[in-house]
Design a protein around this ligand. Structure first.
Ligand SMILES: NC(=O)c1ccc[n+]([C@@H]2O[C@H](COP(=O)([O-])OP(=O)(O)OC[C@H]3O[C@@H](n4cnc5c(N)ncnc54)[C@H](O)[C@@H]3O)[C@@H](O)[C@H]2O)c1
Length: 327
């Protein structure tokens, strides 16, 4: 990060954004977090607030107010979004308005503030339900959920701002990031939901047969990949898959959670969710070859670290959830 000294993270009180903010802060950068706390939590960043990190509690769509915070910033990570397929299915227009309106406002503020690099958090949802695995960045994009559509529009917006205003933008397509600080509140994410059920000694509920697959990426690998993208070159807006490159079925994940938690509870199968995706796995060769990205944490170890965090959280011992070092 040598060439940058100041960063702004939208959505920085959320799961991934708080890890990004923490990583940058530990690199001795000046960091500003913008979050409306719609889903993010002050607990995720309270240890950083104690150390003096700047926090602006604000909706990123509020351009007139947020634009001043982008002045003199080198790097912007735009991570604010209403996240998740389940949530977006229930409130599609609100999600479009927030995700696309928020991105547009952040892009405009970045142009005005003369930001040097803008990184946008996109999603593997842009690939839709094609059964081509592993998925390469140059596959045709065909999202099927409102959330995925908001991300494909976001990617197009980044490219447009790059072409029209010369803003240096990059896109990171995450594949099922998990780890400490991920919310289990609305059961949107399978790993926090399984772990919470195991802690509460409840059965694990799988939607559909469980043969559907996902690529689970531990948050420290996601952060490392994102930093490599942020450091990457100028020029055309590039998209990079950031995943583990490993395909795991939901049945296999459930078995791992039962083993880890030593739970004797059952696995229950229920009906499939709307916008069911059969297979998902990242082809990470582009990030490997161009950026030197190498995911390091396997699913068993990552689940173990996440389990420890959820157990400590349940016991109310205020875990910080820091899980990467910056040395
Ligand atoms: N977690 C994953 O596996 C995953 C996968 C693909 C993409 N992503 C993307 O990564 C980013 C971070 O995801 P996350 O899992 O940390 O989710 P999260 O919900 O924990 O974080 C999103 C944050 O954005 C904030 N926010 C939402 N709308 C806002 C607005 N209009 N103004 C200001 N703040 C707002 C929320 O309060 C929250 O803190 C999102 O853009 C998401 O779409 C995540």
């Amino acid at each position: 990060m040598d060439k940058y000294t100041t960063a702004l993270v939208t959505g920085g009180a959320g799961f991934i954004g708080s890890h990004i903010a923490e990583y940058l802060y530990r690199q001795k950068m000046k960091v500003i977090i913008v979050d409306n706390l719609m889903r993010g939590k002050v607990e995720n960043i309270s240890h950083l607030l104690d150390e003096g990190i700047e926090f602006v509690k604000m909706d990123v769509r509020n351009y007139d107010v947020i634009k001043d915070h982008f002045k003199g910033v080198d790097l912007v990570f735009h991570f604010a979004a209403m996240v998740g397929v389940k949530f977006a299915t229930k409130r599609p227009l609100e999600v479009m308005d927030s995700n696309i309106g928020g991105l547009r406002s952040a892009l405009k503020a970045s142009v005005k503030g003369k930001v040097k690099k803008f990184v946008f958090a996109s999603s593997s949802e842009v690939y839709g339900d094609i059964e081509v695995v592993p998925m390469r960045e140059d596959l045709p994009l065909s999202p099927i959920s409102p959330y995925g559509i908001s991300k494909i529009v976001g990617e197009a917006y980044c490219k447009a701002f790059s072409q029209k205003y010369g803003l240096n933008t990059s896109i990171v397509r995450y594949f099922n990031v998990y780890g400490p600080r991920q919310s289990s509140e609305d059961k949107s994410w399978v790993i926090p939901t399984f772990l919470t059920n195991a802690i509460e000694d409840k059965p694990l509920v799988i939607h559909g047969s469980g043969s559907q697959t996902r690529d689970f990426t531990f948050v420290s690998d996601a952060i490392e990949g994102t930093m490599l993208i942020a450091k990457g070159g100028e020029g055309m807006t590039e998209s990079y898959n950031i995943g583990s490159g490993k395909e795991t079925s939901i049945n296999a994940l459930a078995e791992l959670v039962l083993m880890l938690s030593e739970s004797k509870k059952d696995i229950i199968h229920t009906r499939r969710r709307a916008f069911h995706i059969k297979r998902r796995c990242a082809d990470i060769s582009k990030a490997k070859e161009r950026l030197g990205y190498r995911p390091k944490v396997n699913l068993k170890d990552g689940l173990g670290m996440t389990w420890d965090y959820f157990v400590r959280q349940k016991k109310n011992t205020s875990p910080r959830g820091t899980c990467h070092n910056t040395t």
